[in-house]
Write a protein that binds this ligand. Structure first.
Ligand code: SF4
Ligand code: MG
Length: 326
């Protein structure tokens, strides 16, 4: 088995079972061992819902999985009860979020917060051993003078340092999978790059896999090995980053690439995507991208395109994926 996570035909949403408003439909992808998988798309496309559904982290919202499997280490997380999931959350799967300030307790010194997580996972350690372990973790995520930072309050740290503290907490259990939902969106560009580089390095050093959620294809290009593009609750294109960037087949992927400065051919004008993505509950019939697609034909209005394999490392859900559209 070369993957740590395999999501299969996941249909999930919010509300009562059987009547839920579906946020994601038919989502399938695999995160391979020791690799970084990027899930990319505009806000509201279902990428956060997808990654939160893996460990069912919805803060009490009425989330339901209507169909599909979430295989982790060969076990189906979608079929587990809350107690079974609690054993996996924060032990085998960790998660970090966009806003590092709200994720930390403002009334507790950062070292003690990391220590609390260490103690939860290794209750037999003495206080001195916990402290040592915290210092090692802080150093591992690139925090200089970790002994001094141990006693800092969250508000005394910059956004970048706070995100590093959260990464240290996420790593304290040596997870097999780290889910990072827009971990750098709230940070400025230079710090963003540092934090992403850190995740990239750690993946190899501590042998974990990363599921990285982002709205930025540039981040995917630089930091991911494999990727999937989401639109209106569905995956429209997926594969190795090298192959998708070299030969994008879905018009939406193509449009996202055109909006990336490095991909803009100086001879041609940048073409913004017209219109807005539809919200859950208002998905159009047929291909959900058709109202915005310059290549739409009659068939696209009524028939939902299936996600089909193009090569071993590449799949796409578009009726015109074999046509030379550009
Ligand atoms: Fe465009 Fe049709 Fe392909 Fe959808 S299926 S992306 S509308 S060409
Ligand atoms: Mg989100």
């Amino acid at each position: 088995m070369d993957h740590v996570l395999k999501v299969e035909d996941l249909h999930a949403g919010f509300g009562k079972r059987g009547h839920a408003q579906m946020a994601i439909e038919g989502v399938s992808f695999q995160v391979k061992k020791g690799r970084v998988f990027g899930l990319v798309g505009e806000s509201g496309c279902g990428k956060s819902t997808t990654c939160r559904s893996i460990i069912r982290l919805f803060g009490g919202a009425p989330f339901v999985i209507e169909q599909g499997q979430i295989l982790f280490d060969g076990k189906d997380l979608a079929a587990m009860n809350e107690q079974q999931l609690t054993d996996i959350r924060g032990r085998k799967i960790s998660m970090i979020f966009q806003d590092p300030m709200t994720a930390l307790n403002p009334t507790m010194r950062v070292g003690d917060q990391v220590g609390e997580i260490v103690r939860r996972n290794q209750p037999a350690l003495s206080s001195g051993q916990v402290r040592e372990k915290v210092v090692v973790l802080l150093r591992e995520v690139g925090i200089t003078s970790p002994e001094r930072r141990y006693s800092a309050w969250p508000h005394e740290l910059s956004g970048g340092l706070r995100q590093r503290v959260l990464i240290a907490m996420a790593l304290s259990c040596a997870p097999e999978l780290l889910i990072a939902d827009e971990p750098t969106t709230a940070l400025d560009v230079t710090i963003q790059a540092q934090v992403l580089r850190l995740l990239h390095e750690l993946r190899a050093r501590v042998n974990m896999s990363v599921l990285l959620v982002t709205h930025d294809l540039g981040v995917v290009a630089q930091h991911c090995d494999d990727m999937a593009v989401m639109y209106a609750g569905k995956i429209v294109e997926s594969g190795s980053v090298a192959e998708v960037f070299a030969k994008p087949r879905h018009p939406y992927t193509r449009a996202l690439l055109n909006a990336l400065p490095a991909h803009v051919d100086p001879q041609h004008k940048l073409q913004p995507i017209p219109g807005e993505p539809p919200a859950a509950g208002h998905f159009p019939d047929g291909c959900r991208f058709h109202p915005r697609c310059p290549f739409a034909v009659e068939r696209c209005l009524r028939e939902i395109p299936e996600n089909e394999t193009l090569t071993q490392n590449h799949a796409c859900a578009c009726h015109r994926k074999e046509d030379a559209l550009w």
